[in-house]
Design a protein around this ligand. Structure first.
Ligand code: AMP
Length: 428
């Protein structure tokens, strides 16, 4: 036997039960929520120029330095499977001149993302995100609206045990100044820090707050906090976001140590976790990125957005797959039945009468077909042909067991007569 092939490490197949849950999340929860808030759907390519992420997400981040699936194509171009959605949306915003539209421009997306992380429960190399981006305004109400949407999405998806942490990274000179203060503090206390953190003091000192290493955490407990040194203007912006969240009854905790794995954030930063998940407890997160569009070659444009992992939302929702649609009719074939006519009947039931209908496709005996019909929860069983003659049929109501023989049918009316009985059986 040939060697069995498996899906690549860190990837998974979405099988029908899971697909049904995903579909429900997208169609019944996300799509109506976003369209009510004026967010339009956007889909960007699954791969982009490597430079987009190197520039947009930042060379010093784990995502860019360690986790990207990059390849050179036949035309010698360096391309990368997208590890995140914000930089591509900003690229599309610039490319399509969306800055000329009335601002803010509000967009949402869903799709697969790729990061070469060490796989573990809840952490994959291909995973799916739902995300939202709002560009062209720095109004704190836009931050609040975006965060409320994320909170409502999780709530309506049934994700439980969630917690929202929020902070502000400030902007401009104060932030650069803070970065220098923190670097000096980390250097002074370098003996207590992990090697990893020491190596990144110059490149990305803020990420030290993210470290799991005990010594590092002890050093960081006494570190100066960014939130204490942001400008009065940024502080007022942050206060207003919080006041609007209060008005929306969204609970949050202000966290002065919050940092996220992407370089582009400014001002508002937030993360949702769920205590129903294991070590990988992040369900979604995002923030403001007022410098990103400009960094990607567009006009200076503020923006805010977030992304949430679909696998983690579903895990935190502990949702059960919705039942498959029960067929209104199961077309069973008696011995000697006219299979072509039975097939035509099947399509008529589906396409003319709009009914869910199935037909025997595996050559089962009549007993086997009955079993199959009841396993699928079919409302009626249409027994076709056999001794009944070419056009005659029987319709059995699977709930009551009542069986009606339809005889004397003609080529012109037999489909409709059968459909009538199926419909009656469905309504009963
Ligand atoms: P990020 O883009 O890193 O801000 O992640 C946003 C959300 O995407 C996280 O809160 C997770 O729910 C999800 N996510 C990120 N990376 C992974 C991964 N490797 N596997 C599964 N979900 C992920």
């Amino acid at each position: 036997m040939a060697e069995k092939l498996q899906a690549p490490r860190g990837t998974f197949d979405v099988l029908p039960d899971s697909a049904a849950l995903r579909e429900r999340l997208l169609e019944q929860v996300a799509s109506p929520l976003f369209s009510q808030a004026g967010y339009g759907r956007i889909e960007t390519p699954t791969f982009e120029d490597t430079a987009l992420f190197a520039r947009g997400v930042g060379e010093s981040t784990d995502i860019v330095s360690k986790e990207m699936y990059s390849f050179v194509d036949q035309g010698d171009r360096s391309l990368t499977l997208r590890p995140e959605g914000t930089a591509p949306v900003c690229r599309a915003y610039v490319e399509h001149g969306m800055h000329k539209l009335p601002q803010p421009v509000k967009l949402w997306y869903e799709g697969p993302f790729f990061r070469q992380e060490a796989p573990q429960a809840g952490r994959y190399r291909q995973f799916f995100q739902i995300g939202a981006e709002a560009l062209g305004s720095d109004d704190p109400a836009l931050d609040a609206e975006s965060i409320v949407l994320a909170a409502r999405l999780l709530e309506r998806a049934g994700a439980g045990g969630t917690r929202l942490r929020i902070g502000s990274l400030g902007s401009g000179a104060e932030r650069a100044e803070y970065s220098e203060t923190l670097k000096a503090y980390l250097r002074e206390n370098a003996s207590g820090l992990s090697e990893d953190v020491v190596a990144r003091i110059d490149l990305n000192p803020l990420r030290a707050f993210d470290a799991k290493h005990e010594g590092t955490q002890a050093v960081l407990a006494g570190a100066p906090r960014l939130l204490d040194s942001i400008s009065a203007e940024d502080k007022a912006h942050f206060e207003e976001v919080l006041a609007l969240l209060d008005a929306a009854a969204v609970e949050y905790e202000v966290d002065t140590t919050l940092v996220r794995g992407l370089d582009y954030y400014t001002r508002t930063l937030f993360e949702f976790t769920s205590d129903r998940l294991g070590a990988q407890s992040g369900v979604g997160g995002g923030g403001r990125y007022d410098g990103l569009v400009e960094m990607l070659g567009g006009p200076a444009t503020p923006g805010i957005g977030w992304a949430a992992g679909i696998e983690r939302i579903l895990a935190a929702a502990e949702a059960e797959a919705p039942p498959a649609q029960e067929p209104a009719a199961y077309v069973a074939l008696d011995e000697g039945a006219d299979r072509t006519a039975a097939f035509a009947l099947l399509l008529k039931l589906r396409e003319v009468h709009g009914l869910a209908a199935q037909i025997e496709l595996a050559g089962r005996s009549m007993k086997g077909q009955l079993k199959s019909a009841s396993r699928l929860g079919a409302k009626t069983l249409v027994i076709f042909g056999g001794e009944r003659g070419q056009y005659d049929a029987a319709v059995k109501n699977m709930q009551t067991g009542e069986q009606t023989e339809l005889t004397g049918l003609t080529a012109g009316d037999y489909f409709d007569r059968i459909a009538e009985h199926v419909l009656a059986g469905v309504k009963a």
